[in-house]
Ligand binder design. Structure first.
Ligand code: UD1
Ligand code: UDP
Length: 380
């Protein structure tokens, strides 16, 4: 069995690390293909090092660009590698341009695609990620849905074969690394922070930061918060804040801006935050896993399980709404505890192992292939 694992961004490295480990435990060496969608040290290599992943086989150096440029260049480069290596399956994770490129390039070479984190839907087609998710799911042969809700989304689109509910590999990653983070990370001391006395913020989503008026709203929210704010800043956001001349507005005594952090430091910051405020997908998941109330700076989410479980509230970029919930969380202990004790809906931390076992079994049974149909006999 020779699986190819295709990834290119920070969250894909983190969420695929349990799958890579799962294969290595079974003495299967996956072919690792990094598109280079993320390329700064602190957006990519730091995770490969911290998570002790094996050497990457192919660095494709796709880099940044428009949606089509990035996806197109990634497709062309991935196709070349796949034609040469002919893996048994291409594994992709999530909803980035790398995922779409990997899925399309593979299936057209008749290499079956296994999609990890299949079936998520925000039902917001203005998000590039929503288009990527839908298309990747429809190009896939094997669909690893994290929850029953995700499986239902697939069913509604007619995808019913080879769908497995396995949990989300983010639980595996958090469980495998949070104890190490607790021990090794010195980030609280470095930033002069006390446990449960700060709000951890991240925001990088295109629809929040690429438009001046939206970014102004975000800045207005952050500068109104009544607690210390720690914001490890994504390069997209930094670039836009500079471009729109808004970066200096965040020069405030209670706001700490850092470069993007490694996983151990970030996990430590998450675990010890009073509140997490984010537009990230993975961080909405990690917040409920770690038992930290999450306010999501979006108007919808493809992780509705977190909202239903009571650990996450959508606040959009509505300052009044944000401040209402921040105040309530700080002043109403019962409300805080209820959010903090919401049950993790993403599984037990064995998703990576399950994914590997299922793929090995499908391969052994000769079922790991792109479906085709043959109506000829039935016509005779
Ligand atoms: C991408 C994903 C998004 C995911 C995020 C994870 C798509 C459509 N979006 O968004 O779903 O949540 O990754 O972080 O695939 N940049 C750097 N250095 C880097 C990487 C990016 O400076 O190492 C800057 C560039 O200016 C680039 C911008 O960030 O244009 C955006 O990067 P890109 O990969 O296109 O999208 P993300 O916002 O990172
Ligand atoms: N993360 C990190 N350092 C940071 C910010 C995030 O290690 O400075 C991790 C975080 O713990 C989570 C993942 O990156 O596992 C989320 O990535 P991101 O928010 O970029 O993408 P999304 O999940 O929204 O696709």
């Amino acid at each position: 069995m020779r699986p190819a694992i295709i990834f290119g961004t920070r969250p894909e490295i983190i969420k695929l690390s349990p799958v890579i480990r799962g294969f290595l435990e079974k003495n299967v060496e996956p072919l690792l293909i990094h598109t280079g969608q993320h390329y700064d040290y602190e957006m990519s290599k730091i995770f490969l090092e911290e998570l002790e992943l094996p050497e990457i086989d192919y660095h494709l150096e796709v880099g940044s660009g428009t949606q089509a440029e990035q996806t197109g260049i990634a497709m062309i480069k991935i196709e070349k590698v796949l034609m040469e290596e002919k893996p048994d399956v291409s594994i992709v994770q999530g909803d980035t341009n790398t995922v779409l490129a990997g899925a399309l390039a593979s299936v057209k070479l008749l290499i079956p695609v296994a999609h990890v984190e299949a079936g998520l839907r925000s039902f917001d087609r203005t998000m590039p990620e929503e288009i990527n998710r839908i298309l990747a799911d429809h190009a896939s042969e094997v669909l690893f849905a994290p929850t029953e809700e995700a499986k239902k989304n697939l069913e509604k689109e007619g995808i019913v074969e080879n769908v497995y509910v396995v949990g989300n590999t983010i639980v595996d990653a958090v469980l495998q690394n949070s104890e190490i983070a607790e021990r090794k990370s010195k980030i609280l001391k470095e930033l002069g922070l006390k446990e449960k006395e700060y709000i951890l913020v991240t925001a990088h989503r295109k629809e929040n930061v690429d438009y001046r008026e939206k970014l102004e709203k975000l800045v207005d929210i952050l500068t109104s918060l009544p607690l210390t704010v720690v914001y490890p800043m994504h390069p997209r956001t930094k670039k836009r804040l500079e471009e729109f001349g808004l970066i200096n507005k965040l020069n405030k005594e209670n706001i700490i801006i850092t470069k993007p952090l490694g996983y151990l430091d970030f996990l430590k910051l998450e675990k010890n935050a009073k509140i997490i405020m984010t537009d990230s997908g993975g961080i909405q998941e990690e917040a409920i896993i770690l038992g930290v109330p999450c306010l999501t700076l979006r108007y919808n989410t493809e992780r509705p399980e977190t909202v239903k479980a009571g650990g996450n509230i959508l606040v959009g970029l509505e300052k009044e709404r944000v401040l209402y919930y921040v105040t309530k969380l700080l002043e109403d202990e019962e409300f805080y505890e209820k959010m903090a004790s919401a049950k993790n809906p993403f599984g037990d931390g064995n998703a990576g192992k399950r994914i590997v076992e299922i793929l090995l079994e499908l391969k052994a049974k000769g079922k790991l292939k792109v479906r085709s149909s043959n109506f000829l006999n039935s016509l005779e």
